[in-house]
Design a protein around this ligand. Structure first.
Ligand code: PMP
Ligand code: GLN
Length: 382
């Protein structure tokens, strides 16, 4: 056979996690919390495994979950979604992304991508026949600028794929950045896919602004969410897609031939969890912000330049003066210092940024402290 994905490297999350295992390193690379998520949500999944049917649930998702998704986004983000026509359940945000690109990109269509970008985006855009047009966001602020949008948008632009909050740079885009983007989407009649899996994981009193809520965007935005991030249960792979009915009809055609559906007990548990009170969401944010502060303080104290983190499970450090190749740096700290991180260059297609490393702080205090202690050796040796 002639597999077409063979020219792709293994994902950086897989290769860094393997390196971490080989060297017994503390894994602050791949983004997953070391906790078990909320007990009541896991208990709801266990109960549902016994009480609901384990045969195929409806293709669009269990009605209970679709209703809960619409209610959740009304409460938290003021969105008005019809659970019957504008909400679909997918097997993780990853399926939602793959399906949306497969459904909406025609071969030769231009797709605007913001780098740094989540590592699945570019292979999926290419596989769908899309022609990527990159907007490069640069440290330390990673802001969207009008001139950069003007350089890539045209009549050939079919869609734009944005991740907000942005993994790996932990940037939260607000009304300014999103307003600029929305203006270009309206002007060139482009569809926007907004990957908002980190929407609840934002700190310091910020509020998430869904791109769909901006003027003129309701009819042209595909919003993607993930229960994995909302409940700190990254293995669950329950995602959601929200879009106006004409777009949703097309998206559901891709979904029906990708996974068709998603395990019913997990859907039932997510339906329960989405109704948790505000205290749960505030508590999760407060815990993660504390962990962020702890790791940021520790890394700064030993000598790292830590960039701001406004959301996600991640913070990045600037390696300038320490290393000029983040991949080699991350291999070295895993093998010699026993801490795994992710080289941010893996999120840049054009090689413009090579001196940032991403650390996951969604870990117990002892784990974060031990990692800082190990990394201190880097600066003592220097
Ligand atoms: N998009 C982004 C930006 C992510 O960070 C992740 C996972 N970390 C995903 C999508 C995938 O989400 P899921 O596990 O629900 O497929
Ligand atoms: N989204 C996770 C991260 O950014 C990793 C997901 C994966 O391993 N593919 O670390």
């Amino acid at each position: 056979g002639h597999p077409v994905f063979t020219d792709l490297p293994e994902t950086v999350f897989e290769s860094m996690s393997r390196l971490a295992r080989q060297h017994g390193a503390i894994n602050l690379g791949q983004g997953f919390p070391d906790g078990q998520g909320p007990d009541d949500v896991r208990a709801a999944a266990a109960r549902a495994l016994e009480s609901v049917s384990n045969q195929y649930p409806p293709m669009m998702g269990l009605p209970s979950l679709r209703t809960a998704i619409a209610a959740h986004y009304r409460h938290h983000q003021g969105l008005d979604l019809d659970p019957e026509r504008e909400v679909m359940v997918t097997s993780g945000a990853t399926e939602a992304l793959a399906g949306a690109l497969m459904a909406l990109v025609r071969p030769g269509d231009e797709v605007v991508l913001f780098e740094p970008m989540y590592d699945a985006y570019l292979p999926l855009v290419r596989r769908a026949g899309g022609v990527p047009r990159f907007v490069t966001l640069k440290p330390p602020h990673f802001r969207i600028e009008e001139a950069a949008l003007a350089a890539v948008f045209s009549e050939r632009t079919r869609l734009v794929l944005l991740n907000n909050p942005l993994n790996p740079s932990a940037t939260v885009f607000g009304a300014d950045d999103l307003g600029l983007l929305a203006a270009f989407c309206r002007r060139f009649e482009a569809i926007a896919i907004c990957d908002e899996v980190w929407e609840h994981v934002i700190f310091d009193g910020r509020r998430h602004l869904p791109l769909m809520a901006l003027p003129g965007m309701r009819e042209r935005t595909v919003k993607i969410g993930s229960a994995g991030k909302i409940f700190s249960l990254t293995g669950w792979k329950v995602g959601f897609v929200m879009a106006a009915e004409p777009l949703m009809r097309v998206l559901s055609r891709a979904h029906q031939f990708l996974t068709f559906t998603t395990p019913p007990n997990l859907q039932e548990a997510v339906a329960y969890g989405l109704g948790k009170d505000d205290a749960y969401f505030e508590g999760m944010r407060a815990d993660l912000a504390r962990s962020r502060n702890r790791l940021a303080a520790g890394l700064s104290r030993i000598g790292f330049t830590v960039l701001p983190s406004a959301g996600t499970y991640f913070l990045t450090v600037d390696l300038a003066g320490l290393a000029d190749d983040d991949v080699a740096f991350c291999q070295r700290i895993a093998s010699e210092h026993g801490v795994a991180a992710i080289p941010v260059s893996a999120f840049y297609a054009q090689g413009s940024v090579k001196t940032l490393a991403r650390f996951c702080f969604a870990k117990a205090d002892d784990t974060l402290d031990a990692a800082v202690e190990r990394l201190a050796g880097l600066f003592r040796a220097a």
